[in-house]
Design a protein around this ligand. Structure first.
Ligand SMILES: [Zn+2]
Length: 59
């Protein structure tokens, strides 16, 4: 299956897979303008709010 069903945050390594509700809760989705598809955010909500990145962990 495509990556839409699995997401892992590169900062805190939280994983959400298979459950769209869970993924929406932890990661959220964004719409791809070109394809119209929804894909999971690469960073979890928590890390996005902290502007975390793998080289500068803040969480
Ligand atoms: Zn995270």
């Amino acid at each position: 299956m495509p990556s839409i069903l699995k997401a892992q945050c590169p900062c805190c390594n939280i994983v959400a897979s298979g459950d769209l509700k869970k993924m929406d809760e932890f990661f959220g989705f964004r719409n791809m303008k070109d394809t119209g598809k929804k894909i999971a955010q690469s960073y979890c909500r928590n890390c996005r709010s902290k502007h975390c990145d793998p080289g500068h962990k803040k969480c």
